[in-house]
Design a binder for this molecule. Structure first.
Ligand code: CU
Ligand code: ZN
Length: 220
């Protein structure tokens, strides 16, 4: 949120600066000219954001990745490191939000590190084929609510006494994305569930212990 507000401030400041330039460059005496640049700037800002194309009727029926369309992906978690963990994770992106919904069974009760790892490869028995945490910004490991964290740092998922864990979180697309063109796109990467708790501070991965579940994120 802070980042967004900060960026907006920069954009606003830049717009204002260019408005002033336009004003000073425009005719000195003409009062009308002074009011013109402002609406022009607003139009420009909107214009760069969305440019809806006119589609032929048959084309318009197809799902298109616009701001209003939903993009979905999912990962089926398979057990690793001799665990009994299974489950599924779904990802839904709409506008600038991504919802992550997880249901896992076969866990030990308590908190389990829950991350998106770099490689969409769950082939090894210990899950290490999935590589390290997905970290396109090359920053330190942290928790999802912290100022700095990996794009893959989803924190911990909590299992009840029966070993069942359910989670639903809403994240901004600045955190992670399902957009193939985005740096933080998680499609074809992997969700990894750990045997232990992510302490949200140990580097590089929160000391969350063995990988007890792994699933490749596939677009739907
Ligand atoms: Cu992990
Ligand atoms: Zn991390």
């Amino acid at each position: 949120m802070k980042k967004t507000i900060f960026l907006s401030s920069i954009v606003l400041a830049t717009s204002l600066a260019s408005c002033k330039k336009d004003d000073s460059a425009a005719d000195k005496g003409a009062d009308k000219e002074k009011t013109k640049p402002a609406p022009a700037e607003v139009k420009g800002a909107e214009g760069t954001k969305v440019t809806p194309d006119e589609k032929a009727p048959e084309e318009a029926a197809k799902p298109v990745a616009t701001d209003s369309a939903e993009v979905k992906a999912s990962a089926t978690i398979e057990s690793k490191s001799g665990s009994k963990v299974t489950g599924s994770i779904s990802f839904t992106m709409k506008g600038d939000k991504v919802w992550v919904e997880a249901k896992l069974t076969g866990l030990t009760p308590g908190e389990h590190g829950f991350h998106v790892h770099e490689k969409g490869d769950c082939s090894s028995p210990d899950g290490k084929s999935a590589g390290g945490h997905f970290n396109p910004s090359s920053v330190d490991h942290g928790g999802p609510d912290m100022e700095m964290h990996h794009a893959g740092d989803l924190g911990n998922i909590v299992a009840n006494a029966e070993g069942v864990a359910e989670m639903k979180v809403e994240l901004p697309t600045s955190f992670l994305s399902l957009d193939a063109k985005a740096d933080n796109n998680i499609i074809d990467r992997a969700v990894v569930v750990h045997g232990g708790t992510d302490d949200l501070k140990s580097q590089p991965s929160g000391a969350a212990g063995p990988r007890v579940g792994c699933g490749v994120i596939k677009s739907l």
